[in-house]
Design a protein around this ligand. Structure first.
Ligand SMILES: [Ca+2]
Length: 329
């Protein structure tokens, strides 16, 4: 009898470790301002097409977070990923501390207007991030690719919470290059949109790896690449190009800068980057400044192999079949 059981379970025992070894191994939380600039959508596309990641949740920050959440929910639905939790953060003005009204609305919100089949979870974003970090201490990579009010809220509730993250990667700041590769640093949007939260985030002292303008502002999605995405005609690429077209109609911009995609790529393909240990602080004006006299509190991305990054990113967008060939589709 014992032998029979052994015969039954032995093959399973041999198969199981192999299955686990090939399963998604890196737990992540993706905190974003989807529906603002177009790069969040492309970054989310990269996250969802990357088998390396187990996406524990998508959290929405800054501005009209409920609208952003609706967008995230429809993207997940279209791709058959509706089991990934979407958590909504606190709504904020456009420039916190300066603007009075919430906002702004985005043309991209139309893409999910009226959509309700998939809904965000009831847990607010900061609570979700806290609970998840406590549930998996030392295991979760936290991405932030927007302003950081959610993270400031996390730290307000639990000042030690970010120590529970395995690593933090952020599209955040401008150290050596400004927008448009200007040799003078800029007040980067994710910092200047909410300087108070940015300061709390950086001053918490938990090591952050920065994908600032230095390695992002020149990473663009050109016309020939956009044409390939349009021709791929899959649920993912149709969603990305639909959102791109709405963004283009609103801003008049033709060429997306893939800022947030770069932050995700730093985890997927560290071979494409050089980083420099640095002590970073945030000024009242929303600049990120390196203080050479102090011990490092993070890593600043200083160089990127842009062409190879774009080749790998495009391959992910093209060679996937998310949401395709589902029953009933
Ligand atoms: Ca963003």
């Amino acid at each position: 009898m014992k032998l029979k059981w052994l015969a039954l379970f032995l093959p399973l025992a041999l198969i199981l470790p192999a299955t686990l070894a090939t399963a998604a191994s890196q737990k992540i939380i993706f905190d974003c301002d989807l529906g603002g600039d177009i790069d969040d959508a492309f970054a989310l596309g990269l996250v969802l097409t990357s088998p390396e990641f187990e996406v524990l949740g998508i959290t929405l920050d800054h501005g009209l977070t409920e609208k952003r959440g609706q967008l995230a929910c429809r993207i997940l639905d279209v791709l058959g990923k509706e089991n990934i939790p979407v958590a909504i953060g606190r709504q904020t003005p456009n420039v916190v501390g300066k603007d009075k009204e919430l906002g702004p609305a985005s043309a991209q919100f139309r893409w999910a207007e009226g959509f309700s089949r998939v809904k965000p979870i009831a847990t607010p974003a900061a609570d979700f991030i806290l609970q998840t970090l406590h549930k998996y201490p030392g295991e979760v990579i936290l991405f932030t690719v927007g302003p950081v009010p959610n993270i400031a809220d996390v730290l307000k509730k639990d000042p030690g919470a970010l120590k529970l993250a395995k690593k933090i990667y952020s599209m955040f700041g401008s150290f050596y290059l400004g927008y448009g590769s200007n040799p003078v640093p800029s007040a980067e949007w994710n910092v200047v949109a909410d300087v108070a939260s940015a300061k709390v985030f950086v001053e918490a002292g938990d090591p952050i790896t920065y994908a600032g303008l230095d390695i992002t502002t020149f990473v663009t999605l050109e016309e020939k690449q956009r044409l390939k995405l349009t021709q791929r005609n899959s649920p993912l690429t149709d969603a990305l190009m639909g959102l791109y077209t709405l963004w283009n109609s609103e801003t008049g911009n033709e060429t997306p800068v893939l800022f947030d995609v770069v932050a995700v790529s730093m985890v997927l393909w560290p071979d494409l980057f050089q980083t420099k240990p640095s002590h970073v602080r945030v000024t009242d004006g929303g600049f990120t400044v390196i203080d050479e006299s102090k011990p490092a509190n993070g890593e600043v991305g200083v160089s990127v192999n842009k062409d190879e990054l774009l080749r790998r990113v495009m391959k992910r967008y093209i060679q996937q079949n998310l949401g395709e060939n589902r029953p009933g589709s």
